[in-house]
Design a protein around this ligand. Structure first.
Ligand code: ATP
Length: 200
């Protein structure tokens, strides 16, 4: 069984993934995979460099993310082109990693993705688990963790999928407005249920 895990910025996806890992459940991080497919030597990076030239590469040959972001932010067509180059490869690699973990005997596996619904990666999952926190707490935790002020954090939250929409698509919900101990209790309860679901 594949459980998709999502939530807005600073909702606690990584914290939840670590709590499941402590119970022996592995995960694939879609953000990590998205970075891997554009590493030097990868065909996606070659295609990107062929289309935009040196300006999207750093001196060391790695992708200049800021330069690429500026190009695709300004042009919807280019954004779609970039997605057509990266998304299928991200998806294939996610599937490969999930299959490997399942073959190694994991009780079930997690696909942790901030854009689980938006990128339709939820299609790869049997269930979707949403980490839910009030927006005020998301903003406070973002500002405390990242180098952004509250106004910037609020803007990021406002640009993401609305909380209500995410919740409407959830099969399961973790309320992460409490302490990390309270989070661990919810994770343990879900883990118990997921292990039972796996049995036909
Ligand atoms: P992002 O998508 O932005 O990478 P995320 O959803 O993976 O974030 P985390 O990095 O797990 O979120 O958590 C965001 C911040 O909130 C971290 O600094 C984390 O330590 C803190 N945090 C998470 N859960 C709790 C909690 N229950 N109590 C207090 N702090 C928490």
């Amino acid at each position: 069984m594949i459980v998709g895990v999502t939530g807005g910025i600073a909702s606690g996806k990584s914290t939840v993934a670590r709590a499941f890992a402590a119970l022996g459940v592995p995960w694939v991080d879609a953000d990590d995979v998205a970075r891997e497919v554009v590493e030097p030597g990868e065909p996606a990076l070659r295609e990107i460099a062929e289309r935009y030239g040196e300006r999207v590469l750093q001196a060391d040959g790695r992708l200049n993310r800021r330069a690429l972001r500026e190009i695709v932010f300004a042009d919807e067509r280019e954004r779609r082109w970039l997605e057509s180059v990266t998304h299928p490869r991200i998806r294939q690699r996610i599937i490969g990693q999930l299959e490997r973990m399942q073959a190694e005997g994991a009780p079930y596996v997690l696909l942790v993705s901030p854009l689980l619904f938006e990128s339709r990666q939820s299609e790869l999952a049997d269930r979707c688990l949403v980490i839910d926190v009030p927006e005020s707490l998301q903003i406070a935790r973002t500002a405390a963790r990242d180098d952004v002020d509250e106004a910037q954090a609020r803007a990021i939250v406002a640009a993401q999928m609305p909380r209500s929409e995410r919740l409407a698509r959830a099969d399961d919900v973790i309320d992460n407005a409490g302490s990390e101990d309270e989070l661990a209790v919810q994770v343990a309860e879900l883990d118990r249920r997921y292990r039972e679901m796996r049995i036909p």
